[in-house]
Design a protein around this ligand. Structure first.
Ligand code: GLU
Length: 311
């Protein structure tokens, strides 16, 4: 299998300029290293009808293309079930009956890192487990043998983070993101993961899980997020931040693409121009503050300014 990068959006709504910027970066990282670029829709949770089509349309509009068909996680449950069975057969899982509240209120183990599962259900007796099964459905957790793991990241260097007994399958039967992402990346031959750096803290868990499943650990590049003027992570409520909003204000997808490229120090125009000069070593390491677009109010007839594109 040839090597590949990917973009893996959750179809919970339209992509905003922060998501689009990450997609452009993932595309540039993959294409500049001769990798295939795959599109995976992470629809196990929070999927909204119609969002996938909007997201794919917007990616195409800014010039992000991909190889082969779109893969959807909801078509791949058998792969996740197999991985959980494999771990269970090796004694590496256990059932957990804790509610969120019980986890919050449980005394944490001495020296346990903040936010780590306190291990309440780790050593239940058979009788205790039977009794709890009658009361509520179980989640499945990993029986981790480590408390932390270290990964290498192209932009962050060596990064060490918590590995606890994290959830593999939720008690409503939905496969957890951390399991699905590891199984999918390995099954699709993805050896380069480029995504927002809000996911860096989850990465040691994923790399550890990959090693337990005898799957290769990909190369990681966690890229800076886009922030609003208050320094918070950009969100829909921050005004015109999707291609559809911006189009209403007269801003074209090409202009949005060029603003995003300028924020990365890359030349305007079709992505192949940026590809020709792309160098991860000189990428900005700081979050980028979305400047907003003056005049970008829906219905406004003021011509919008789009930064790099002399209008
Ligand atoms: N689906 C995740 C998201 O949209 C990204 C997961 C990943 O890239 O590993 O936040």
């Amino acid at each position: 299998m040839t090597s590949a990068g990917r973009f893996a959006p959750s179809p919970s709504g339209e992509l905003h300029v922060g998501n689009l910027r990450t997609a452009v970066l993932a595309w540039l990282f993959a294409r500049s290293t001769g990798r295939r670029f795959l599109m995976r829709v992470e629809d196990l949770d929070r999927a909204r009808a119609g969002a996938e089509a909007e997201q794919l349309r917007d990616l195409t509009a800014i010039g992000v293309d991909w190889d082969g068909g779109v893969v959807r996680q909801t078509d791949r449950e058998h792969l996740y079930a197999e991985a959980i069975e494999q771990l269970t057969a090796a004694g590496l899982t256990y059932e957990c009956f804790c509610t969120r509240r019980e986890i919050q209120e449980a005394p944490s183990a001495p020296h346990a890192p903040l936010g780590a599962y306190p291990g309440t259900c780790r050593n239940l007796s058979d009788d205790e487990r039977e009794a709890r099964r009658a009361a509520r459905p179980a989640a499945v957790r990993l029986r981790s043998a480590v408390e932390e793991a270290t990964v290498r990241d192209v932009l962050h260097g060596s990064y060490t983070g918590v590995v606890d007994d994290f959830v593999l399958r939720r008690n409503d039967g939905v496969t957890a993101y951390n399991l699905a992402v590891v199984v999918d990346d390995a099954a699709q031959g993805i050896d380069q993961v480029v995504r927002g750096d809000d996911l860096l803290p989850s990465t040691p868990r994923q790399a550890y899980l990959a090693s337990l499943l005898n799957m290769p650990v990909p190369e990681y590049a966690h890229v800076p997020l886009v922030l609003n003027a208050d320094g918070a992570r950009l969100a829909k409520r921050d005004g015109a931040v999707t291609l559809a909003d911006l189009a209403l204000a007269g801003v074209t997808p090409d202009e949005v693409r060029d603003v995003l490229l300028a924020s990365l120090g890359l030349p305007a125009g079709p992505l192949k121009h940026a590809l020709a000069v792309f160098d991860p070593a000189v990428l900005p390491r700081e979050p980028w503050i979305w400047p907003g677009l003056p005049g970008a109010q829906p219905g406004s007839d003021t011509p919008p300014r789009t930064g790099s594109h002399g209008a």
